[in-house]
Design a protein around this ligand. Sequence first.
Ligand code: IFM
Length: 721
Amino acid sequence: MKDSIFVKTGYDPETVVQDGNRFLLANGYLGIRGTVEEADSSALPAVNLAGLYDRYENRWREPVNAPMGLFAKLILNDRPMAIGETEPASHTLSIDFRQGVFSRETDFGAVVLYSERIASLMAPHLLAAKLSLHFRERGEAVLTTGISTDLWDLNGPHLNDYRYRTGETLLCESVTGELRIPVAVAQTASADFPAVETFRVTDKGVFRDLRFSVSEGETVTVSIFSAVYTGQDVPSPAESAAVLCNRAKASGYSLCLQAHTGAWDEVWKRCGVDLDGDASAALALTASQYYLNSIAPRHAGNLSIPARGLSGQTYKGAVFWDSEIFLFPMFVYTQPEIAASLLRYRIETLPGARKKAREYGYRGAFYAWESQEGGAEGCTDFNVVDVFTHRPVRTYFRDKQIHISGDIAYALWEYWRITGDPALLLEGGAEVILECARFYLSRANLHLDSDLIDFADVIGPDEYHERVTNNAFTNRIIRYCWENALRLPEIFSEEPERFSKLLDRLDYHADWSRLKNAVERLSNPRVRNGVTEQFQGYFDLEDASLETVRTRLCDPREYWGGDHGVAGSTQIIKQADVITLIALFPEDFTDEAVAANWAYYEPRTEHGSSLSACMYALTACRIGRQDLAWKHFVNTASIDLNGGGKQWAGEIYIGGTHPAANGGAWMIAALGFAGLSVRDGTIVLRPHLPKEITKLCFPIELRGRRFQVTVTHETHSIEEI
Ligand code: IFM
């Protein structure tokens, strides 16, 4: 890992939102956006909490942002030294991805403000910062630090009944509106200079003011510690927050920093990819790996990762198929305990999936398209707002994107196939697969004349075409789910009676005998000139080019999909669909078929989702077209560093970091460029290194052993480490 620091100079109000994502610090429990200490809610600061949701009035349920405990603002000789209020002579933000440290240096002329902060990877409830102020002007200074409740919310406010405590440790306690879950933030500070300390409670939080005189050339520093706990974590969040804060203060910033960077060192040892040959691609990949690793639920064994990570409330903080198909691979090959956590979340939310199936009149498990705590469905029937009428648009992601259950069953099977560890399947995973298989049995359409099974009225990965029949991806993932349900007795081979008991408990015997029949009757997609038809009737749609379809837009933020969208009546697709099918089931396709599908679908793909490019890159590698893969790799790896990705779906803000692309970047490097796979428990490499890369080196962990994979254009190796 050579270059791991990203620096941005200059202050541009236009990029504050994207900078919040770019400079995000996170540790799985919380994410703190990369905003300056003095930011008010207009700069979208947030301490985004994993797994704590709330509904305000009848708006969308979304994750809660905690009060900001690292707030700090300087006034010198009655003039605010604050971004947005005072024009800086220079302003630099930087992030060290290797160490998980954000820093900022702003020269206001009269004072240069340097700050550094961490979201501790060692103590996930802890935030810590160190501020240095170098004065070029003598006079009177007031440094305010504290807990700001001037929060950014997309659909809030979520916190009520604020209660404050002043003193050496500041405390801000509140409860969420819907479920009355307590949230507590503590803050304490230690200054290396004498100051008069006073406290204030305002409508924007609780603060301590440090008043002190400064002389020209003087530098002072202050360390700030803040801790966040909720009623989901501990019985007395306020007490726990205060204790942690004071413990951190007693240790001091340097020790907190040391523990934090030590924890990051361990993460990089387990998964850091070294890419030689293109420094900017290498930095993008490091950034991408940082973004994904920083939101991994290391503190819990049963949480998953929301589609925009911990960068805010976008997509309702919900878990999508992104977790199983895009994030899971990096974790299963490098940190299997995190892959297991993602899946345990699904095992534990099976009751939610059963409930959703019942609500739609089906049996088995229909997982939430946008899963919140307990598997509650966060997706609404009206998930897009029309830019012209400002009315909600009926979308069908919630009810028709049925591949979600199969995606989960797929990852459960992959976990066993790759790690060789049956524990997850034995401890709830088999039940999930059986219940997903049962859902599909009850959702199938059996034609009485042909005895063929269709899946009608579905949405595949390409969300622009709604309510289609026999989406090739969906049907294949269903077939795999059914096949793997039938293979479950192999997993229980040492305890067959345990499996029979499971079937008894689920009252599954009749469904069990239906499964085999179902596999044989499931419709296969039409194939024309080697190209798999995305869904029945797709080839008959207007074959307009992407440019033509784009010119039909009346508003750049307009939604492309659905009944009125520009893409729906054409062959233009939002994201990889058949290509995702090929990436997941490579053995189904010959190299010629992969090439034919790639050539057909790529020009017809808008890549309107950050999940798209990586699938194209992976499949391009498979056919030795790493020249084609490279562009998609660079786009995927650099999406968050560049502030890329769509920011709007209709009138809905969808910005934030892109964990699926982050996982996708690792997949391209490891599974595509290095051609890594596991076959019957053996590691296989089939490298396709692009010319831009001279050497690729990365660790993997398989079945309790660690290996270093090295690939160059001349040679490749797997060495145990
Ligand atoms: O899961 C994806 C979906 O495939 C496309 N829209 C965004 C979702 C969250 O990333």
